[in-house]
Structure formats: structure tokens, C-alpha cells
Design a protein around this ligand. Structure first.
Ligand code: ZN
Length: 478
């Protein structure tokens, strides 16, 4: 009897200490550079119309990582593009089969300003799309095919993650008050049983626009040399995930040239690879989404509504989906009468939370002001500059700024990563106290001071909607 009891206890102990299913990974990059000989594209970014590329300085890639743990699979995709709309992400999920809770896909854009227009905002004239539909379809097909190939190459890995603060001076600066820069740098290293690197995921925040508006060559900007450095040093793949870049995080470069893109990319890569990493505590592999509906309050977005429906489904105030042709009548109505709260359209988007080993990734569908993620109104993240620049003609009233907890307070893990431009691109998420322009007269008259971001924001309600969704998602998945 005693022996039986001992045996039962041993079996029970074995069950408790049995390790969870091993984490497996496979990674690759696929070239997504348009073929300029056969694919007519416009470069997206800067201003209201596109630029015609004259050549390719360095290739654009989709960097892919497939993860499996037990019956759970997740694909992580980082594309060298300015942005990628939700409908396209959903298409990619269907095409690749990563469209279920146990096979889910997380996609982020690096936000290069020297890649093809994939958003329909940078054509030859204002209001005319610059998207090449054939390229756009080829891009999705190529990524989906590569993901299927990677599934056959999965192998066991160990995951180590770490994070630290990278002094942004000389790398990234803030072009708008309050001067608050998210200096967090995160790394996740996936290493095979043979000790060789399979993939390194790096998260850091800055606009990929070292190469400025006068450039006519396709380039991945600083994420290109960043990943090249990681590949060279580790021998494995690299996935760069851009972070909280609104408000506006722009390169602190000495000139708009490729040497500077190289310098910034390599500096960030070296700092990330030097971070101390740990393997525990680790969570089970999982990717969860929180669906959000966001009202289109910006009159400029409303007037350009037919371009937005290229990447989104529209809804009315009662959450009923609207047919695509309604975009034209709503845009016309906005131009003539103006839309009110009952008639304004909404779009569906999502916030996501990915756990992999010691890393937790929070994905938000646009360019969030860093202060939404880290606070910092007391100057702790201003790095030698005053929070409000002397002489600012229209400074933000910091007494009205949101209080803690901020997103980084909620995302707890050895390697917390806050990822922007994830699964969508809705523009800037401006904290409501700092949304100075009236959304209904958003372009004119221009306010004194720097208020560019309001013109490229879906509206003042978006930041609060994201805040609530992040809180709900993290609460569900403590
Ligand atoms: Zn931007």
C-alpha cells in the first residue's frame, strides 16, 4: 500500500515537472523590392503626392519568423514598408493559413519613407492612389508562400530576452513638444540546440526617414543596415520591430544620407546585441487580439475616404458595416455639409499581445506618441532638453496630460516590446489633451507651432480607444 502511494506520488511529481512543449522556430527574409522595369510604383512618405523612384539603393525585405509550441503556431512578419492596412493583413492571414486562434499572425511595418506606396496616399496627385495593385497582390502571395515553406523548417530553440535604455542622443530626437523620447531597446534571441542563432528580434523606436524627401532611390532606411549588422554578427535572421514613433521621433542625424542610415542602424544593432538576456520567467506562446472600432473624425481622412476603404471596412455609428460605395457619398457629404456624430464613419482595427518565451510584445495599429507608453512629463525622458521648448507659441498644457499607468507599466516581462504600425496603419495616436487642431478644420488655418501630427491622425478619440483596449488586453492575459 505504501509502495503504491509512493508510486502515485512519483507519477504526480513527474506530471508537475514535465516541461512544456519545446519552442520551435524558423526564420527567413524574402525580397519584396518592386521590379522597377515592370512594376510602376510611387514612393510613399513625405508630403501629399508620391515620388517616382529612379533605382534601388538597397532591397526591401519581409522578415519572417514562424514559432510553434505544442499546438500553437504564430507567424511574426516585419515589412520594409511605410504601412500595411488591416484588410491586407487579413488577406495575408487567409493566404498563409495563419488565420485562426491557434495559428495567428502579427505583422508590423518598419515605416521606411523610401518604399512603394502601399496605403494609397502618395500617387501623382492628391487623392489619387499610388498603389500598384499587381505589386500589392504579388507581395502578399510571396510572403504567404514563404511562411508555408518555413513551417517545414521549424527546429527547437531556446529563447532569451532582455531590455535596456539606449541614450537617444545622436540616434533619435523629438521634433514636437513635449520632448519625450521612448529610449527602450528590447531584444529576443532564439538559438538552436547547436548554439547557432536562428533569429534575433529587436524593438526600438524612431521614424525610418534618415534618407529624406529628396531621395529617389528605394531603401529600407536605417532598419536595413540594422538587420544587416545583426545577420553579420549572429549568423541568424533579424526581425526589426519599430516602436512608439509618433510625436514625432525622427532620426538625430547629421545629414540625410546613407552613411548616417548605416551609422544609426549599426549603433542600435550593437546596443541590442550587447544587452544582457535571461530565459525566465517565460510565458506560453500565445497571440491574442482586441478588436477596436475607431471613428474617423479627421475631415481630411473623410474627404479621402475612398482611398481609406482600400484597406478598411467602414462601419456606421451603430456598428453596421457600410458598403464601399458609401465612401464616395460620405466624402461628398463631408465636403458640402460636414458629417456629424450620427453620420461619421468608423473603421475596425486591432490591438495585439504576443507572448514568446521571456518576451511580451504589445502591438498597436499606428504611430503612438511615446508619452502614451512611458509618461515622462516630468522630463525624465527628455535627455538634456527642456520638456517644453522656450518660445513654443502653442505649448501643450502638461497639467492635463494623462496620469500613470502608461503602456510600459502594463507590459511586464524580461523583454517587453511595444510595437507600432502593427496589423494596420491609422496614423498618429495623439493624446487628447495635446490634440490642438479642430478635427473638422484640420488643415486650415494651420496652428502656430508644430501640429503636423493632427493632420495625419484619424482623430482625437483614437488614443483613448487604444488606451482602453491595451488595458483590457493586458488585464485578460496577466
Ligand atoms: Zn510616420
Amino acid at each position: 500500500m505504501i509502495m503504491i502511494r509512493t508510486l502515485a506520488a512519483a507519477v504526480l511529481t513527474l506530471a508537475l515537472v514535465r516541461p512544456a512543449a519545446a519552442l520551435e522556430a524558423a526564420a527567413a527574409k524574402v525580397d519584396i523590392t518592386p521590379d522597377l522595369a515592370t512594376e510602376k510604383v510611387w514612393l510613399g512618405g513625405f508630403g501629399a503626392t508620391g515620388r517616382r523612384p529612379e533605382g534601388v539603393h538597397d532591397p526591401l525585405y519581409a522578415r519572417l519568423l514562424v514559432l510553434r509550441e505544442g499546438s500553437q503556431e504564430v507567424a511574426v512578419v516585419a515589412v520594409d514598408l511605410l504601412g500595411f492596412y488591416r484588410n491586407d493583413v487579413q488577406d495575408l492571414r487567409r493566404l498563409s493559413g495563419f488565420d485562426r486562434p491557434d495559428r495567428a499572425l502579427f505583422l508590423a511595418s518598419t515605416h521606411t519613407h523610401s518604399g512603394p506606396d502601399t496605403l494609397g496616399l502618395w500617387g501623382p496627385f492628391i487623392g489619387v492612389s499610388g498603389v500598384n495593385r499587381a505589386y500589392h497582390a504579388r507581395l502578399k502571395g510571396k510572403i504567404a508562400d514563404a511562411l508555408k515553406v518555413l513551417e517545414g523548417q521549424l527546429r527547437p530553440v531556446s529563447a532569451r530576452g532582455g531590455h535596456g535604455i539606449l541614450d537617444p542622443r545622436g540616434l533619435c530626437r523629438d521634433s514636437r513638444d513635449p520632448q519625450i523620447i521612448d529610449p527602450n531597446l528590447g531584444v529576443l534571441r532564439l538559438v538552436g540546440r547547436d548554439g547557432k542563432a536562428v533569429a534575433t528580434v529587436i524593438n526600438w523606436s524612431c521614424h525610418a526617414e534618415v534618407i529624406g524627401r529628396h531621395n529617389m532611390l528605394i531603401t529600407a532606411d536605417f532598419p536595413g543596415p540594422l538587420c544587416a549588422r545583426v545577420e553579420e554578427k549572429t549568423g541568424g535572421a533579424c526581425v526589426f520591430l519599430n516602436g512608439m514613433i509618433g510625436g514625432l521621433m525622427t532620426p538625430d542625424s547629421r545629414a540625410e544620407n546613407f552613411y548616417e542610415a548605416q551609422r544609426i542602424g549599426a549603433s542600435v544593432a550593437d546596443a541590442a546585441l550587447a544587452l544582457k538576456t535571461v530565459s525566465a520567467p517565460a510565458r506560453a506562446l500565445a497571440l491574442r487580439f482586441e478588436k477596436v472600432l475607431v471613428p474617423i473624425e479627421n475631415s481630411r481622412y473623410r474627404l479621402l475616404l475612398p482611398a481609406l476603404t482600400f484597406g478598411h471596412h467602414l462601419y456606421d455609428a451603430q456598428d453596421r458595416e457600410l458598403p464601399n460605395w458609401k465612401a464616395w457619398t460620405l466624402a461628398l457629404r463631408e465636403a458640402v455639409l460636414g458629417l456629424d456624430q450620427d453620420t461619421e464613419p468608423w473603421v475596425e482595427s486591432e490591438v495585439s499581445l504576443l507572448d514568446v518565451g521571456p518576451a511580451r510584445l504589445l502591438g498597436v495599429p499606428g504611430e503612438a506618441f511615446p508619452e502614451l507608453a512611458i509618461g515622462g512629463y516630468d522630463g525624465r525622458y527628455s535627455f538634456g532638453r527642456p520638456v517644453i521648448t522656450p518660445g513654443n507659441p502653442n505649448p501643450p498644457d502638461l497639467s492635463k496630460a494623462p496620469k500613470a499607468p502608461y503602456w510600459r507599466d502594463l507590459v511586464k516581462a524580461p523583454a517587453p516590446m511595444l510595437v507600432g504600425l502593427t496589423d494596420d496603419e491609422l496614423g498618429y495616436f495623439v493624446p487628447v489633451y495635446d490634440f490642438k487642431a479642430s478635427p473638422h478644420k484640420i488643415m486650415l488655418p494651420r496652428l502656430p507651432g508644430n501640429h503636423y501630427e493632427e493632420t495625419n491622425s484619424i482623430g482625437p478619440s483614437a488614443a483613448g480607444i487604444m488606451n482602453a483596449a491595451v488595458a483590457r488586453l493586458v488585464e485578460e492575459k496577466k
